[in-house]
Design a protein around this ligand. Structure first.
Ligand SMILES: O=C(O)CCC(=O)C(=O)O
Ligand SMILES: [Fe+2]
Length: 291
């Protein structure tokens, strides 16, 4: 297993900074064998028939592409021992996503992954492990990801806001609001964008490095400028705190909202893999249905 993941030892300062900012760059976490296999997996993945008709801001965006390599990675002792230092309660892998960005596509604007993490309670932590499969150079082509540290501006209250509306049966009323019709609720408002741009962090990455951030961290794609790289691929693992609880109420509400906004969710993971659970049930690895 050590041939895929390198163990990283964090200093107390790094651990404290992660708990404050919600994000940390992980240098040389993956071996070339791991990134080669993840690149192959991302390159070979195709959106499922039912989702292929929806256009995205990416050259490619495919959910639920986990394979043997993914399971080997997250069950490796080095992976567990690295992340245990940052998230002592432990992490449960849920799903993975493949992205490909070209200079023709703008990628995702400032957002939170509210749909992705709607199957857990708003206060339960979800994590995104973003693994670039090409080098990212912020002095040349960019093409990476920018984020705002949680201590500068956090998305936790936005999860609470959406949950309150859903739980109190306000979905239909929300859909009638000018606010809702004017802009896509998954993205930051213009005022938020201004603030996020002014405190954003954008790193360089070598292949093998990764970025871990939690679900309250606002983030966006940095467009890929023309240059030697024709495209940038990234493989993303979504993980949840092992103390998370299922929320069918939130899941149903968020899927209603996204459909009312004229879009179709690109994954049915919350229903397919967790649909047998009841509201409030703890989610453990054994309960996730993988087909
Ligand atoms: O790869 C990107 O540009 C976007 C990634 C992202 O937003 C995510 O994984 O949640
Ligand atoms: Fe995202």
């Amino acid at each position: 297993m050590n041939s895929l993941v390198n163990l990283i030892k964090f200093s107390q300062e790094e651990i404290r900074s992660f708990s404050e900012s919600g994000a940390i760059k992980l240098n040389n976490l993956f071996t070339p064998e791991a990134t080669d296999q993840l690149r192959k997996l991302t390159s070979n993945s195709r959106p499922r028939e039912e989702f292929s008709k929806y256009s995205t801001d990416f050259e490619k965006l495919v959910y639920d592409i986990e394979q043997d390599i993914t399971f080997k990675i997250y069950s490796s002792p080095n992976f567990k021992d690295t992340f245990k230092q940052l998230v002592p309660q432990g992490l449960t892998f849920t799903q993975s996503v493949g992205f490909e960005l070209t200079p023709k596509k703008k990628g995702a604007a400032w957002h939170l992954d509210t749909i992705t993490f709607s199957y857990i309670m708003p206060e339960d932590l979800g994590y995104i492990l973003w693994i670039p499969l090409n080098p990212i150079n912020t002095r040349e082509q960019h093409g990476g990801i920018a984020y705002a540290p949680r201590k500068a501006y956090s998305g936790d209250s936005y999860f609470s806001l959406l949950y309150q509306l859903v739980k109190n049966g306000k979905v239909d009323e929300v859909c009638q609001l000018e606010d809702f019709k004017r802009s896509n609720f998954q993205y930051a408002s213009q005022m938020e964008e201004l603030a996020l741009e002014s405190c954003k962090i954008e790193h360089d990455f070598e292949v093998g490095d990764a970025l871990l951030f939690d679900k309250y961290v606002w983030h966006k794609s940095c467009p890929l400028k023309e240059g030697v790289l024709p495209s940038r691929k990234a493989y993303v693992m979504r993980l949840i705190s092992s103390h998370s609880h299922y929320s069918k109420i939130f899941l149903d509400g968020m899927y209603s909202l996204i459909r009312a906004a004229g879009e179709e969710p690109q994954t049915v993971f919350g229903y397919k893999a967790l649909g047998h659970l009841k509201d409030g049930d703890p989610i453990s690895e054994e309960l996730i249905v993988r087909t």
